[in-house]
Ligand binder design. Structure first.
Ligand code: SF4
Length: 287
């Protein structure tokens, strides 16, 4: 993992709609964003004992050794060029500048796991601001890496929004014996982001193997995390989206189960802090 470099490894940069997040505070669902996808994921590299989430929709972003990145040449055309990693900040700036459109709402840093390249993440975000690219910044993370005090202070000045994945046991993001450790880290991460005034919500992908008692446990923990105005941190429950027929059959969530999961979370969370999320971009065949 590369924590100390002002050059970074990316997989792709493109413009599209934010398809996830539903209606809770911190969500940018439906907004036009530029997506900067970082290469490399600590969870896929066995930090919690497994090779990553079985439903990972960007497995190409799991490797830290992406030789090339691709970038969209003009916004929302899906016409790409490529460059060699590691990318320098000035190239990233040039690409982001070329993807700015009149309907752009914010810029998303996603992955892989962007916090695995924390130094480049902060340097890149700072460079955007210094170069008058003043759109709000959105961080999408698995929340399993806790930044230090000085990194948090930079993040607080740079990021407006954060979507933190909470990993359900059925994701196989962690060995069963390490699952609670992973989730406790993610909950600490969410609490920390809110304490530094970043509008943060939790996203939880659920599958046919999700257990209602795990949802109750997670929702109870989340219900204790509040913003200074009393708003309880949001939870976006997202049914797993799969394309391989075999997996669709085995892991997709039935309507009945989705309702049971939602009701279980609603026992502990105020309804304004609970939402359904879908990967709308997938249903619309967008990037
Ligand atoms: S944490 Fe994200 S990038 Fe890593 S394996 Fe899971 S879904 Fe994929």
């Amino acid at each position: 993992m590369n924590y100390e470099s002002s050059v970074g490894y990316l997989l792709e940069v493109f413009s599209s709609f934010q398809g996830e997040g539903g209606t809770v505070r911190g969500s940018c669902f439906g907004k036009k964003q530029i997506f900067i996808r970082f290469a490399g994921c600590n969870i896929a590299h066995k930090q919690f004992g497994t090779s990553g989430c079985f439903f990972c929709d960007t497995p190409e972003a799991q490797s830290f050794e992406a030789k090339k990145y691709q970038y969209e040449k003009t916004p929302s055309t899906q016409i790409f060029s490529s460059g060699s990693n590691p990318i320098e900040k000035k190239h990233l700036l040039r690409i982001v500048n070329s993807l700015i459109s009149t309907d752009l709402h914010s810029i998303s840093f996603t992955g892989g796991e962007p916090l695995c390249q924390l130094s480049f993440l902060l340097d890149g975000a700072t460079a955007l601001k210094k170069n008058k690219i003043i759109y709000p910044l959105y961080l999408e993370t698995n929340g399993s890496i806790l930044p230090n005090e000085s990194q948090l202070s930079s993040m607080s000045n740079l990021f407006t929004y954060c979507c933190c994945d909470l990993k359900d046991k059925s994701s196989y993001a962690a060995e069963k014996t390490q699952w609670k450790k992973l989730v406790q880290t993610e909950l600490t991460f969410i609490k920390t982001m809110i304490s530094i005034n970043i509008l943060t919500f939790a996203k939880l992908v659920v599958t046919s193997e999700t257990k209602v008692h795990d949802i109750e446990w997670l929702a109870q923990k989340l219900s204790k995390i509040r913003y200074s105005d009393g708003y309880t941190v949001g939870l976006a429950i997202q049914p797993v989206y799969l394309t391989q027929q075999k997996r669709v059959k085995k892991y997709s969530v039935s309507h009945e189960q989705l309702n049971r999961i939602f009701s279980a979370a609603a026992q502990f969370l105020p309804l304004e802090s609970l939402t359904l999320s879908i990967q709308a971009h997938k249903f619309l065949d967008l990037l």
